[in-house]
Design a binder for this molecule. Sequence first.
Ligand SMILES: N[C@@H]1[C@@H](O)[C@H](O)[C@@H](COP(=O)(O)O)O[C@@H]1O
Length: 238
Amino acid sequence: MMKVTIVKDSVEGSQKATELVLKAVKNGAKVLGLATGSTPEGLYKNLVNSDVDFTKMVSVNLDEYVGLAPENDQSYHYFMAKHLFDAKPFSKSYVPNGLAKDAATEVARYNKIIADNPIDLQILGLGRNGHIGFNEPGSPFDGQTRKVALTESTIEANSRNFAHETDVPKYAYSMGIGSIMKSHHIILMAWGKEKADAVKAMIEGPVTEDCPASILQKKHNVTIIIDQAAAAKLDKQY
Ligand SMILES: N[C@@H]1[C@@H](O)[C@H](O)[C@@H](COP(=O)(O)O)O[C@@H]1O
């Protein structure tokens, strides 16, 4: 069942997410599934400022751009090091390898990592078109890790972090929706009016591959934390 929590703003929402992560760690979670993007930055900041110890835990990230080296400041390796891992290292942190020579080998490697490290708690953001990870509309609900082509709207949305829109990679490796759904618990966060349509489709729309996040309606243990702006188009009371 989806548990929907509407908060005033991203500060309050990040605080709620932080409490849930710290509780999961205290209760013995071994593997955290992590996301990038601006949405989880507040959560990671809170974790960095907490006394949590991840050194006996493993992290598994959702995705990485194809073609970007870990040192590239737009890569998700770089993002994770900067926002979390440098201050709070895990015993092992897995992120897809954007420079892998062979896509099929990289996909198989990452699927094995996920199979060997069942995710206790998965953190998710939400794309403006309802994507989770880099699973764009039309992605199969039972999918595993694969190389995906990014949609124009995602390239445009993500271009704000790059010097030029043409610098934004066109492909990424992404954990599939089938793998994401196997996580024991999922926390999805979304902030701001740009996410209001995707939030509406995710929570109150039909479960359809047109809105990848709508599959979360079928998940037993999922917590959706959204601010008032992102919740503005919801019809029901939560
Ligand atoms: N692959 C990431 C997603 O994991 C993220 O949820 C989304 C939203 O980004 P933001 O949190 O910056 O809005 O962007 C990217 O496309």
